[in-house]
Every structure is written in C-alpha cells, then in structure tokens.
Design a binder for this molecule. Structure first.
Ligand code: BTN
Length: 303
C-alpha cells in the first residue's frame, strides 16, 4: 500500500487529496492518513495542506518501496547486529528473501573477522535455493563477486577486479566483501545465504590502507539504490550461467591470477604463483613443491 501511495504521489503534477488516494486505492481516508504518517516517519518528505499531499523528497534508504519490484520479498532494517542472522532464521523457516540493513553492529566478515558497517554502505544477505551440489556453492560466491564488479564497472566505469576467493578490489583496495552461509545435505543445497558488504558512501578511514569506498574514488556520493538494483539484476542474470562461463568471467576480471600469492588454507600455508581457476572455483597455484589446488581459504597478493 505504501508503495502504491508513493507511486501516485511521484507521478502527480499537483497535490493529491486524501479522498482521491482512498478512492484510487480502495481504502479508507484514515488508512491513507496512517500510511502517510508511516512514510513520513521513514523519512519521506510529504507536505500536506488543504489541497492534499505532495511528495517533496525521498530518504536515502534502501527501503523496499525504493527498490521497485525485485521479484523477492525484501526485509529492511535501520540497524541489525548482522543481516546474516536474520537471513538464517528466515531461510530455516523456508523463506527466500533479501535482508537489508542500513548499519550493522556486529557485521560478520570471512574467517571470523568483523565487518565494520557504518551508515552509507550497502549491507545485505540474499537467501537463495539453487539446485546445485554443495561442492558448487563456492562458485556462487565467486559469481556474486563477478556481479558486484560488473555492476561497479557498468555504473561508474571503475576498474573493479577480483581477489580470490571473493573480494572486489579497486586499485588493489577492497571495495566489497562477500560471505556465504549454507545449509546442505550430502547431495543437495537447502539454502545458501550470500552476504554482501559494499563500501559505497560509508567512512572506511580506519582501513584506509586496505579498503576504499566508491564515494572516495568518485569524490561524490553514489546512488546506493541504483547500485543495489544493478547488483541484484546481475545476480539474477548470472545465476543461470554455466560453471565454465562463470570461471571464464572470473578469470577475465581477476587481479589474483598471475600474481605471487600466499595462501592460507585450513591446514596449510604456502606461497606460489596463482595460475588459474578450476571449474569448481578452486585456485590453482604453482609452488616450488608442485601444483596445488586450494578450495577454501584466504589469499594474500605478494606482488
Ligand atoms: C569479508 O570480506 O570478510 C566478507 C564481508 C561480508 C560482509 C557482509 S555485510 C552484509 C552481510 N552481513 C554480515 O554480517 N556480513 C555480510
């Protein structure tokens, strides 16, 4: 209903009366008034005078009303400990949804790290139920990194590149991190929650050596709604792509391949040259001891 009211007000040339809104939407004038109050509380600038309601401005929030029809249920929060926790609960209840938070108090990074989530960034978890084997889930994270890099390239012309397994870098500094949580049986993924954090307009000064924001790179704030929509559209498109296509795209956008890397895998640490990506998303590294394949872990670019 709120979306319908906003649509009418957005396209109106003159103020729209409560009566007109109630007729168009088939609800009482009191109901219209209540929705208008909620919209005002959410941050919409709505002027009301004797002629009716007029939309003056929209809040810079990733509200469902602002994102258009994404074909998926959207949960929006001003603040959460972590979108991953909410997404997990929803996924366990059988939902497929997008969970967005404007800020997170306990944002989670990979390998037990924290993810600073100040206002101005983009923080979301997307619940997916892909028909893939658990072993292929890793590729979905790589796919998400491809999607974010492509969205950034498309919207801002910045040379976003990928660091294995799923960081997005610009000029060698991290602009986006991706975390995945999954529940699976031996031969079937039940759900996979993709958690994406993008340094859009947020302050990342405490990580200035290793991270960068789009605002900093472009010297102006970016339209977070447009970026989020583009990333989600890219995900929708790439979800149907075959594994070979995804590894090919990742290879094209890679900043890791050809570099000397230190790999920190669960049971080993080694150095070598990153030479290729396997079809399952594993990194192939040429070391002094021979070729090694690493499926999960972290990688540091040495040069
Ligand atoms: C990393 O590079 O370490 C992964 C960072 C992932 C951060 C995102 S922000 C949205 C979602 N919720 C979280 O708590 N973490 C992920």
């Amino acid at each position: 209903m709120r979306k319908a009211i906003l649509d009418i007000l957005t396209h109106a040339q003159s103020p729209v009366s409560g009566e007109e809104l109630s007729k168009k939407l088939g609800v009482s004038r009191v109901a219209v008034w209540k929705h208008i109050q909620t919209l005002k509380k959410l941050g919409y600038g709505i002027e009301s005078n004797s002629l009716g309601y007029r939309l003056l401005n929209r809040p810079d929030l990733l509200l469902p009303e602002e994102l258009g029809d994404l074909g998926i249920k959207v949960y929006h929060f001003q603040e959460l400990p972590s979108t991953m926790d909410v997404a997990r609960k929803l996924a366990q209840k059988g939902e497929t949804a997008l969970v967005i938070a404007e800020t997170q108090t306990h944002g989670k990074g990979r390998l037990g790290r924290n993810w600073h989530s100040d206002k101005g960034g983009i923080y979301f978890s997307l619940i997916l139920r892909p028909h893939v084997y658990p072993a292929s889930a890793h590729l979905l994270c790589l796919m998400t990194a491809i999607c974010v890099a492509k969205a950034i390239r498309h919207l801002y012309g910045l040379k976003a590149k990928l660091k294995w397994p799923n960081d997005v870098l610009i000029g060698g500094k991290k602009v986006c991190g991706i975390l995945a949580e999954m529940e699976a049986e031996m031969d079937m993924v039940k759900y996979i929650n993709l958690g994406v954090g993008i340094n859009a307009n947020n302050n990342i000064s405490y990580y200035a050596n290793t991270a960068v924001s789009l605002k900093e790179l472009l010297s102006k704030e970016v339209n977070r709604k447009a970026l989020l929509i583009e990333v989600l559209n890219q995900i929708k498109y790439h979800l149907g792509q075959p594994e070979e296509k995804l590894t090919q795209l990742w290879t094209q956008l890679s900043d890791t391949l050809g570099k000397k890397v230190r790999v920190i895998a669960p049971r080993q640490i080694f150095e070598g040259e990153a030479i290729s990506l396997d079809t399952d998303g594993a990194l192939i590294v040429k070391t002094a001891q021979g070729i090694k394949k690493v499926v999960a872990g972290d990688c540091i670019h040495l040069r």
